[in-house]
Design a protein around this ligand. Structure first.
Ligand code: NAP
Length: 337
C-alpha cells in the first residue's frame, strides 16, 4: 500500500483525498488544514486523520472541538508520498519540509515549473516522473490541452496549435474573484503562459495560446485550431478522440449547449460534487478546413487534475505503468461518461 498525505485541503486537495481512498493500492494518511473551517468539519466527518498545517494554530482546533492527529511534519513523516495542494506559491515554501523528511512530493499547477524535477500529465509523459522527488501535476488547462494534443501529435503530427482559452473568473467557492461584469483579455499580452506550460509536457509541440477571463464559475472553454501535418477527415478525428479514455465526446443528440448543462449532466450521473474529470469535446464542433482542425472543448477546472494526481502517485513510486495506473484510476473513479 502507498501511504498518501494531502497538505492543503481545499478545492483540489479534498478531491484528491477522496480519490486516494478509492484506490486499491493506496491509503490516506490524513490531511493538513490551517484552520477549523467547514472543510475541516468535512474531513472529520469522513474520518480522515486531521493534521495542523501551522503549529501555532493548534489551539484554534481545540477551541472548535476538533481533534488533531498531529502536525503537518508528522503527516509528511508518515506518508510515502505527499500531495501538496496548497495555494500557489505555498508549495514552493513547503518543498524543504518534504525534502528534510525524504518524502517525494507532488505539487499543483500553480507552482512554477522550475520548482520541480518534472511536470506531469498521465497521457503526455507518465514515465518521466519515475522515481522523481518533486513533481508538478500541471494546471487544469494544461492537463486538458495535453490530453487533446498528445494523440493528435502522435497520429497526424501537429504543425502548429493555436488555442484561445476562455477562462472562468473563479471557482464557485471563490467569492472574491471576478470579473463579475466584464470580458477580460487575460493576460493582455500574447501569447499567454499556457502554451509554454504545455511544452513542459510536450516539449516539441509548436503552440500559441491566448487567454480571456469571463464572469463564469463552472468550467473553462477552449477554442482550438490545430494545423496538422497529415490532415485527416473530421470523422477520423472523432474516432481518434473517442478512443481516449479521458476525453468525453459530447454527442449532438444530448443537446448539451454549454458548461451549465454539462454540470447538470454530471450531477444527474451522480458524479461526486458534479465533477467532470474528462475533457468535454463537442463532437459536432470537430471540423477540418484544409489542413486545419477546429473544435471546442470544456474543462472542469476543479476536477480534471484529480485522476492525474492519482496516476502521478503511482508514477513516482514506480508501482504501475501508465496503462495499469490510468485503467485503475479510471475504473475506481468511474471515468467515462
Ligand atoms: N481550483 C482550480 O481551478 C485549480 C485547478 C488546477 C490546479 N489548481 C492548483 O491547485 C493548487 C491549489 O488550488 P485550490 O484551487 O485547491 O486552492 P484552494 O481551494 O484555495 O485550496 C487550498 C487550501 O490550502 C489551504 N492552505 C492555505 N495555506 C496553507 C498552508 N500553509 N499549509 C497547508 N494548507 C494551506 C487552505 O485551506 P485552510 O487554510 O482552510 O486550511 C486552502 O483551502 C494551486 O496550485 C492551484 O493553482 C487549482
Amino acid at each position: 500500500m502507498i501511504t498518501v498525505g494531502v497538505n492543503g485541503y481545499g478545492t483540489i486537495g479534498k478531491r484528491v483525498a477522496d480519490a486516494v481512498t478509492q484506490q486499491p493500492d493506496m491509503e490516506l494518511a490524513g490531511v493538513a488544514k490551517t484552520r477549523p473551517n467547514f472543510e475541516a468539519e468535512t474531513a472529520v466527518r469522513k474520518g480522515y486523520p486531521l493534521y495542523a498545517a501551522v503549529e501555532e494554530r493548534v489551539e484554534l482546533f481545540e477551541e472548535a472541538g476538533i481533534d488533531l492527529t498531529g502536525s503537518v511534519t508528522d503527516l509528511v513523516e508518515e506518508s510515502d508520498v505527499i500531495v501538496d495542494a496548497c495555494p500557489s506559491g505555498i508549495g514552493a515554501e513547503n518543498r524543504s519540509m518534504y525534502e528534510s523528511h525524504d518524502t517525494p512530493a507532488l505539487y499543483q499547477g500553480g507552482e512554477d515549473a522550475d520548482l520541480v524535477d518534472v511536470s506531469f500529465n498521465a497521457r503526455g509523459n507518465y514515465s518521466a516522473a519515475a522515481g522523481a522527488s518533486h513533481v508538478r501535476v500541471v494546471s487544469c488547462n494544461t492537463t486538458g490541452l495535453s490530453r487533446l494534443l498528445a494523440p493528435l501529435e502522435e497520429r497526424y503530427g501537429v504543425e502548429k496549435a493555436r488555442v484561445t482559452l476562455v477562462r472562468r473568473g473563479g471557482d464557485p467557492g471563490q467569492t472574491s474573484r471576478g470579473p463579475i461584469n466584464d470580458i477580460l483579455p487575460n493576460p493582455i499580452t500574447i501569447p499567454s503562459h499556457h502554451g509554454p506550460d504545455v511544452n513542459t509536457i510536450l516539449p516539441d509541440l509548436d503552440i500559441d495560446t491566448l487567454g480571456m477571463k469571463v464572469p463564469a464559475t463552472l468550467m473553462h472553454t477552449h477554442s482550438v485550431n490545430v494545423t496538422l501535418e497529415s490532415p485527416p477527415t473530421a470523422d477520423d478525428v472523432r474516432e481518434l478522440l473517442a478512443d481516449e479514455s479521458r476525453i468525453f465526446l459530447v454527442p449532438e443528440s444530448m443537446a448539451i449547449d454549454g458548461a451549465g448543462k454539462l454540470k447538470e449532466f454530471a450531477h444527474d450521473a451522480d458524479r461526486p460534487r458534479g465533477d467532470i474529470w474528462e475533457n468535454c469535446v463537442w463532437e459536432e464542433s470537430i471540423s477540418i478546413e484544409d489542413d486545419d482542425l477546429y473544435l471546442f472543448e470544456a474543462i472542469h477546472q476543479e476536477s480534471d487534475v484529480v485522476p492525474e494526481n492519482i496516476d502521478a502517485i503511482r508514477a513516482v513510486t514506480e508501482t504501475a505503468d501508465a496503462t495499469e495506473s490510468t485503467t485503475t484510476t479510471n475504473e475506481t473513479l468511474g471515468i467515462g461518461l
